[in-house]
Design a protein around this ligand. Structure first.
Ligand SMILES: *Cc1c(COP(=O)(O)O)cnc(C)c1O
Length: 412
């Protein structure tokens, strides 16, 4: 069946999520297919940041830690994110970056499994996940080994040597979704703990951490949660582990009594021990607004729309560019595909630059992946038509071969 733009406009008219678009400050003449990398600015975040800067910081100064509730922001925003990932409010907090949280929780987990020397992950996982664990392994003098095995060999690689299974639920490049519940159950069957990276899941699909029995999780604030560039990240520790899990970055904000100023570290009870230093208030304030918008939307509808958008996008690429123009890296089955689709092409970088020059913004992941993210709160179905029409035109005319699209920038 041939897809027409009119069909997509009909879908937009019937879209229950359509009103959310007005809550985002979208640049004109732009089709933004990169909300999986940096979410769009929520309108409410602009006013909030102005208030935090001018009133709370400018006028309130140090008093705002109490008067404006700054000190409670990590747990407050954590509690809101908990509602998006199937956790209880006191199991999630916001701190540091995803990278740092991975380090803290992986270290806490291996301490809970003395005698086991393996952390299991998969090759091609998001680089920072592997790098941080290589750093942890080095720090521990090689007492812990990071072992990577392909997804289809994961179940067999889970043996009683394994202390921790670390996986990203939705793969950053392919978009493939792991069966979190099944792999967690399998890890538990051999006595291992699990740490799931939800960077491409939170705000994109319904996550049920407690339903899956997950032990630890981390995730990103600046992607689908629209928290802004470099937004702080979140972390989850299941309540049953909160008394045993001790993380090594034992800063004063995770102390049981930070304002007693004692010499010896004593971890706070509960999730607060996973804070390290002073919380970044500007970033947390913006993130709270991003999460607040997401929390009002129905996650079932979000997932349904993004799955449909992924299917439509793939069909449109085939229809307008031809069946052999691109390879498809992502699963075609929407049930095991996250909220983005990746195509492959040897000239992928230049093609993406040519698209961006036309105001269609996706990104490129080496060596050859063009990545397109679908964010149902602010994208319209008809945007897909317009985006793929540009892509087809660029391919037909060979526009991407121009010299100006060949030079690599620092951030792709
Ligand atoms: C985006 C992303 C991160 C980001 O880590 P930072 O410390 O915020 O730079 C980590 N893991 C995955 C899987 C990601 O997609």
């Amino acid at each position: 069946m041939t897809i027409t733009r009119a069909m997509l406009e009909t879908l937009d008219r019937d879209d229950m999520l359509a009103p959310f678009r007005a809550e985002f400050d979208l640049p004109p003449d732009t089709i933004y297919l990169d909300g999986n990398s940096l979410g769009v600015l929520p309108v409410a975040a602009k006013a909030r940041l102005r208030r935090v800067v001018e009133d709370e910081w400018g006028r309130g100064l140090i008093r705002s830690w109490n008067d404006a509730g700054w000190i409670d922001l990590p747990s407050r925003v954590g509690g809101m994110i908990a509602g998006l990932v199937g956790a209880a409010a006191d199991e999630v907090t916001v701190a540091d970056s995803t990278s740092v949280n991975l380090f803290k929780l992986a270290a806490a987990a291996v301490r809970m499994r003395p005698g086991r020397r393996v952390i299991l992950s998969e090759p091609g996982n998001f680089p920072t996940d592997l790098y941080m664990l290589q750093g942890l392994s080095g720090l521990l003098g090689g007492a812990i080994e990071l072992r990577t095995v392909p997804a289809d060999a994961m179940a067999d690689a889970l043996t009683d040597e394994v202390a921790l299974l670390l996986l990203t639920q939705v793969h950053y490049k392919t978009g493939h979704v792991h069966d979190m519940a099944a792999l967690t159950a399998r890890a538990h069957a051999v006595g291992a703990l699990t740490l799931w990276d939800l960077s491409h899941s939170a705000g994109a699909l319904a996550v049920d951490l407690n339903g899956a029995g997950v032990d630890f999780a981390v995730g990103c604030g600046y992607k689908y949660l629209n928290g802004g560039p470099g937004a702080p990240a979140f972390l989850f520790v299941a309540r049953r582990h909160q008394d045993q899990a001790v993380q090594p970055l034992s800063g004063w904000m995770g102390h049981a009594a930070p304002f007693a100023f004692g010499d010896d570290y004593r971890p706070a009870p509960g999730i607060r021990r996973h804070l390290c230093g002073t919380p970044p208030i500007l970033g947390l304030s913006a993130l709270e607004e991003g999460v607040a918008v997401m929390a009002r939307a129905d996650m079932g509808r979000i997932r349904e729309k993004s799955s449909r958008m992924g299917d439509l996008f793939l069909a449109l690429v085939e229809q307008m560019c031809g069946p052999d123009c691109f390879g498809v890296i992502s699963p075609r089955d929407a049930r095991i595909r996250g909220s983005h689709v990746s195509l492959s092409h040897p000239d992928g970088y230049a093609i993406m630059q040519a698209l961006i020059a036309r105001g269609v913004i996706g990104d490129f992941r080496a060596p050859d992946a063009l990545r397109f993210g679908f964010t149902p709160l602010y994208l319209r179905h008809a945007d897909l038509w317009d985006a793929v029409a540009h892509l087809a035109d660029i391919m037909r005319t060979g526009e991407y071969r121009q010299e100006r699209f060949q030079t690599k920038t620092a951030v792709t």
